[in-house]
Ligand binder design. Structure first.
Ligand code: PGA
Length: 255
């Protein structure tokens, strides 16, 4: 069964009290989720315990982290390991966000190690890919995204690959207000599913959740999510306001 997911990536925003208020607001308006319609909230590390406690009573809404270390443990000042995240109740970890790739020099080899660390626990991975405007303008986005997936994921066996959610986030659409058209999103998602089917099996690809990210908001979410290969969204800016985030969740629910 292919799951639909709306995941909120708060990035480096909100203090603890602000985070608490936001989660309270989301929970107070949350529609009834189920096995095939799920929500993930990925606050900063400092908020994980608080947010986890708030989500505790609720079903099908999960705690996410925005990153994890590439090493298991040891002298890596400032890093947080996958096992630590899991012990804090984290169920999903975002790996390979374009901001991590760009500002923290995370390359494919490092991301492959992070993916392995996360999958060595029970957590699932939301693996981000996506091209820059330059690559899109050169019409080289399909090859570029394919290479990102191959380099960081395709060493995984079928069982581990089943625990990956892919998020396609064209860099030119992140935080810019410029959303990919439904045709651009659908074309890339279809391409990703085909590439996964070729490497693994058509069934595995068919069951994989592929999210869209990049200026997704209540006003465009329903249209994007109606694309046959778009299974929800990874939401940045619009995840910071309960009303906006709930609008996107409702679009996933078909409300
Ligand atoms: P945005 O960010 O929704 O603010 O464009 C999406 C993301 O970076 O995950």
């Amino acid at each position: 069964m292919r799951k639909k997911i709306v995941a909120g990536n708060w990035k480096m925003n909100l203090t603890l009290p602000e985070g608490r208020t936001l989660v309270d607001g989301i929970l107070s308006g949350l529609p009834t989720l189920n096995e095939s319609r799920q929500v993930v909230i990925a606050p900063p590390y400092t908020h994980l315990t608080q947010t986890g406690e708030q989500l505790d009573e609720y079903e099908h809404i999960y705690l996410g982290a925005q990153n994890c270390a590439s090493e298991t443990s040891g002298a890596y000042t400032g890093e947080v390991s996958a096992a630590m995240l899991q012990s804090a109740g984290v169920q999903y970890v975002i790996i390979g966000h374009s901001e991590r790739r760009e500002y923290f020099n995370e390359d494919d080899a490092l991301l492959a190690r992070k993916v392995e660390q996360a999958l060595a626990t029970d957590m699932q991975v939301i693996f981000c890919c996506g091209e820059s405007l330059e690559i899109r303008d050169a019409n080289a986005q399909n090859e570029y995204v394919e290479k990102q997936l191959k380099s960081a994921l395709f060493h995984l066996g079928d069982l581990l690959m089943k625990r990956i959610v892919i998020a396609y986030e064209p860099i030119w659409a992140i935080g810019t207000g410029r959303t990919a058209s439904t045709a651009q999103a659908q074309d890339m998602h279809e391409h990703i599913r085909r590439v996964v089917a070729n490497q693994y099996t058509p069934l595995l690809a068919d069951e994989m959740t592929i999210l869209y990210g990049g200026s997704c908001k209540p006003s465009n979410a329903a249209e994007l999510f109606a694309c046959p290969d778009v299974d929800g969204g990874l939401i940045g800016g619009a995840s910071l306001k309960a009303e906006d985030f709930l609008g996107i969740v409702n679009a996933m629910m078909g409300l």
